[in-house]
Design a protein around this ligand. Structure first.
Ligand SMILES: [Zn+2]
Length: 56
């Protein structure tokens, strides 16, 4: 399962970017569980190009 960022904090992630989900973090290290309402699980393909998401 991947996860899409729908919040507005551009320091955390670009809005609409899809990351690999690893527990409470994205594959690239952004924290999910401090603002869970800003993230939504998705089956769409990963669009994040940072290490940990891009190469899984
Ligand atoms: Zn990522």
């Amino acid at each position: 399962m991947n996860i899409k960022y729908i919040g507005n904090d551009s320091s955390k992630s670009e809005k609409g970017k899809i990351h690999v989900k690893k527990g409470n973090y994205t594959g690239c290290g952004a924290r999910i569980d401090d603002n869970q309402e800003d993230w939504v699980e998705t089956n769409e393909a990963v669009t994040c190009e940072k290490n940990g998401c891009k190469d899984k």
